[in-house]
Design a protein around this ligand. Structure first.
Ligand code: GDP
Length: 448
């Protein structure tokens, strides 16, 4: 798994820090020296490591320790924030053309980086979002590339445009645009040829494609397992043809993680997605904050507390808590708790922060985060909104005819209403058992 050894080393550093009641400047410096070693061993770019450590040190030594945290936790908090910043802070979406205009995406990268596979994976993502992508086989040199794209395209249920290996890639791209316009495709993804090394010919060919058709997004695919080479490749491509973002593949097999950590800092271009396996579904959006908490690997309770403190409406949370304690939890509270959960970044991000709950590394987690789940949540909201105020406040009123009316109002079928009612009842039952536990939490910080 990616970052395993980095995570382990960082955890050791922090374990030592946390066992100290007070931190001296020397303690911080000694700890950061170890952080530096750990990052270098993870194959993070040397300059990036240097400025990272300097930044953390300046912040850690000058800063007051926040209420409720010990000095060791304060350092973890700063390292976490700086890691997030290093990876670009925000998640970057691939920018699409407005309305029904066609977005042209050119995929570039060295041979073997995973370009063809990633092209098909990406098409699947767009299809899920309701787009109609067209894959274009512009790799006319690698004999199996066209076939591979066709096979993967078929698996994804996405059309592949190819003209064999005798036509120039720029001409294939042009013909593909005509096809896309006729066929009402709104995204065209060009799978271009890679070479074993960066060479003039490859760059010239990409340039030629760019001159033949309007490319809106150039996405570079790099192999995480090549470490700093991947970063150099990214710099090179960016200088020569200009890239808009990077997809880092094979993160599943990379135990060091240096490429993922350095690319944004070195090239200024964001990581858009990461490849996590050979299957066509193994492509994940890149979230700098989740990646940071995964690297730190400490089930970041800290972030949970912080987010909870910052984003939850305190008064509302208190009211909900009071009701929970009295076991008067109703559908209005259920609705509130759902919107609070959304503010905190969804169920999976909360679970990833709890101690003992693995973050993204856990195979089950991505499911919780899926669009499917968000849709489910939206439907649950619709169902509750279809209830009368009376029904929301008095959950036991719901009888079959009321449930039918709610299903109709929310545009879902009755089975789904029944499922939601069941889930609500289970939550309510759980709440009844909770008062003691929650009381303890509420008393301590005056929040939650
Ligand atoms: P291209 O030459 O850049 O088009 O590379 P391919 O798409 O043919 O991929 C090269 C190899 O890498 C294939 O065996 C892929 O299955 C594999 N591959 C691609 N992406 C990933 C990934 O994220 N994880 C793993 N484990 N393998 C990958």
């Amino acid at each position: 798994m990616a970052f395993d050894s980095l995570t382990e080393k960082l955890q050791n550093v922090f374990k030592n820090l946390r066992s100290k009641g007070r931190l001296t400047e020397d303690d911080v410096k000694a700890a950061l020296k170890e952080v530096k070693m750990a990052l270098l061993e993870a194959d993070v770019n040397f300059k990036v490591v240097k400025s990272f450590v300097k930044e953390v040190q300046e912040r850690a030594i000058g800063q007051d320790v926040m209420n409720g945290l010990n000095p060791g936790q304060m350092v973890i908090k700063i390292v976490n924030e700086e890691l997030i910043r290093l990876m670009g802070s925000e998640t970057t979406e691939i920018k699409l053309q407005p309305g029904s205009a066609i977005t042209v995406i050119m995929m570039a990268g060295l041979q073997g980086a995973g370009k063809t596979t990633t092209t098909a994976k990406l098409a699947g993502k767009f299809k899920l979002k309701g787009k109609k992508p067209l894959l274009v086989a512009c790799d006319v040199y690698r004999p199996a590339a066209i076939k591979q794209l066709e096979i993967n395209g078929e698996k994804q249920g996405v059309e592949v445009f190819s003209m064999g290996d005798k036509i120039k890639p720029a001409d294939i791209a042009k013909a593909a645009m005509e096809h896309a316009a006729k066929n009402k495709n709104n995204i065209v993804i060009l799978d271009t040829a890679g070479r074993l090394h960066i060479d003039e010919e490859m760059m010239a060919e990409l340039q030629e494609i760019k001159e033949a058709v309007t490319v809106h997004q150039t996405i570079l695919v790099v192999d995480a397992m090549t470490g700093q080479d991947a970063v150099n490749v990214a710099s090179n491509f960016n200088d020569k043809i200009g890239i808009d973002g990077v997809i880092v593949t094979k993160l599943d097999g990379d135990t060091r993680g240096g490429a993922a950590l350095s690319i944004k800092a070195v090239t200024g271009k964001p990581i858009l997605y990461v490849g996590m396996g050979e299957k066509l579904s193994d492509l994940e959006q890149f979230y700098p904050d989740r990646m940071a908490s995964r690297i730190l690997g400490m089930g970041d309770v800290l972030t949970l507390i912080e987010k909870a403190g910052a984003e939850i409406d305190e008064e509302q949370a208190k009211k909900t808590m009071e009701k929970m304690k009295k076991a008067q939890f109703d559908y209005e509270d259920y609705l509130d708790s759902m919107s609070q959960m959304k503010k905190m970044g969804g169920l999976s991000s909360i679970m990833g922060m709890l101690p003992g709950m693995p973050g993204m590394g856990n195979k089950k987690m991505p499911e919780l985060d899926s669009e499917e789940n968000e849709k489910k949540m939206a439907r649950m909201e619709a169902m509750i909104q279809s209830m009368t105020v009376e029904e929301r406040r008095n959950p036991d009123l719901l009888n079959p005819s009321r449930k039918h009316r709610i299903a109709k109002g929310a545009g879902v079928d009755i089975a789904e209403v029944n499922r939601m009612v069941k889930q609500f009842n289970e939550t309510r039952k759980m709440m009844k058992k909770l008062p003691g536990l929650m009381g303890g939490m509420g008393g301590k910080k005056g929040k939650f």
